[in-house]
Design a protein around this ligand. Sequence first.
Ligand code: ATP
Ligand code: MG
Length: 267
Amino acid sequence: MKDGVIADFEISEHMLRYFIGKVARKSLFTNLTVVVAVPYGITAVERRAVMDSAYRAGADDVITIPEPVASAIGVGLPVEEPTGSMIVDIGGGTTEVAVLSLGGIVHARSIRVGGDEFDMSIIKYIRNSYNLIIGERTAEEIKIKIGSAYALEQELTFEVKGRDNVTGLPRQLHLTSQEVREAMADNINLIIEAIKGSLERIPPELSADLVDRGIVLAGGGSLIRKIDRAISEATGLPVFVAEDPLCAVVNGTGKILANSSRWSGRD
Ligand SMILES: Nc1ncnc2c1ncn2[C@@H]1O[C@H](COP(=O)(O)OP(=O)(O)OP(=O)(O)O)[C@@H](O)[C@H]1O
Ligand SMILES: [Mg+2]
């Protein structure tokens, strides 16, 4: 995997074969359907490669679903209806913004900003402000423990341990949630700009739907404190975080699988 995208098909195929072996006792009489969520905007050749990989791993039928459709279905948005829904999936490597209606994608965009980039910004901030070097795991922990996108009623603190960039010795410091917010602000703004850019490009009827229905956030990045509030202030729309944001895509593929006759051969 690279930036959340399959980079090595051979290994992915092995992994898939392993999972298929775990869940399905294949016989001549069972038909094994595999649903694969693929990034929006992959080429037909890339999609074909994913499908071939799944067939070689033992699938009888393969359905590919664009990730934004899968996550929208996963969080329970009424994507089949003639109304507009917006899903913003803030993942590790990328953030996908998508507007869906009538079972399809009306508009979607993907930016290479996500949770990993938040971590990098925190590392950079602490190095530049305090000459302290921390690792990616520590940065992620800081983000999860005290990260926010909007002022908190009760600001938080975190004891950060790292290596002094000058002396090379271990050192610790007291970090506040305000500082982490400042460190991540540029990333959050890029996400907000992407959402606004998408809102400008959809048909007005769908914009009207979004005024009522709002935006739903999914993906691990949506767990950043008050990111819903920050996006809501910037767009003027209601914003909701999905109930199980980390599992939106996988829950969506599960629902599609349960209803596979309706989805096969659609894309
Ligand atoms: N409670 C939390 N607060 C903030 N960030 C979190 C939290 N839990 C997980 N994350 C972050 O969410 C990201 C992973 O999210 P997710 O699982 O949705 O990504 P992914 O689907 O693997 O990536 P992509 O969608 O880019 O392919 C990581 O950067 C992780 O640090
Ligand atoms: Mg994802």
